[in-house]
Design a protein around this ligand. Sequence first.
Ligand code: BEZ
Ligand code: FE
Length: 294
Amino acid sequence: MNREHSVAADREQAVTDKVLASFAKTADPRLHEVMGSLVRHLHAFARDVRLTEREWETAIEFLTRAGHITDDRRQEFILLSDVLGLSMLTVAINEPKEPRATEATVFGPFYVDDAPEVPLGGDLARGAVGTPCYVSGRVLSVDGTPIGDAVLHVWGADDDGFYDVQYSDDHSAGRGWLRVAPDGSYRFWTVLPTPYPIPHDGPVGDLLTATGRGPMRPAHLHFKAVAPDHRTLITHIFVAGDPYLEDDAVFGVKDSLVTRAEHHSAGPAPDGSHQQEAWASMSFDLVLVPDGDR
Ligand code: BEZ
Ligand code: FE
């Protein structure tokens, strides 16, 4: 290293050291660890790319735009975390290591707390437009025991690729929760998922465009499975054959979650109903890890 280089390196290191020292009185040891590591990595990143002042300004403008577009219906910061793979990395870090458990994936921004209860076998599409889809399976513990008191929360987009909360009226469709049967089985009707773009009319969309990436997610249906004495599972099932399975804008696809959709003509369905139009079916078991297991 020549002298000029070493003066610059010393000056830069002095900034990092001062900032690290400023956290010395942090009472919470975990906060101390997290802030120290954040500063070390953030500073290393700025040094690595030799961050210019103009680029720093661009980043601040980007985050400011993300803040302005965020409200209680739109969360641009989660979207940013999603397209940077931070959401999926956090899922991976925290997921149970039990190989028999259903794999988890990204939560996404479209879950709502007060979705209606739907009876077992009922229709949670409730007006969402799309091909009727009969979804069934079982909720099991990793040793194969059925979990008869599990609750499933389910949400999905309609055929136009929109969740109910993306419409400006306040209607609720394509979502609901149900109690599974005592033998752990579940079934419900919804609409067959189709691929859709993540919201891309904001700064995150601009970032995708600038980096030559697309906004699409492969067709999927979201599940949150909650059961006593088990870890809550947040996952999706993806539709096999979808063109975006290898190219999910938020990196959420796991092979074990890809599920075949069977297509059927109008006629009798497994629940004894007679379908007036073509319909589809998907079947998937959800396997949960007991609390305390890794
Ligand atoms: C979703 O699947 O609902 C979703 C996930 C991440 C970002 C946007 C949407
Ligand atoms: Fe989704």
